[in-house]
Write a protein that binds this ligand. Sequence first.
Ligand SMILES: [Zn+2]
Length: 100
Amino acid sequence: MSDQPAVIGDHLVYCDMCNTKRLRSQCKKTWQGFIVCFPECFEVRHPQSYMVHPKGDKMGVPDARPGGPDIFVDSSQPPNWTNPEQGTPNNSIQPREVDQ
Ligand SMILES: [Zn+2]
């Protein structure tokens, strides 16, 4: 009934990949728990499976300080620029006349 000769101390198994009947001593267990022919169906575990996953980076600012109060600008009014040294309106910037 079986084409495999009997071996004392060994037993027959079916390969989980190709479903052939083999002696257990001719098979190997994979990292996934499958018993497969060795070396025909055996695949080594990919090296990237052993990679160490990096920990998260520290994204925060190391010397953070609390922010100041919020300053809101009324954009519906023209700006009221003043010279901080004189306390007068800054008239140094004049509109240029356009030659026609
Ligand atoms: Zn196999």
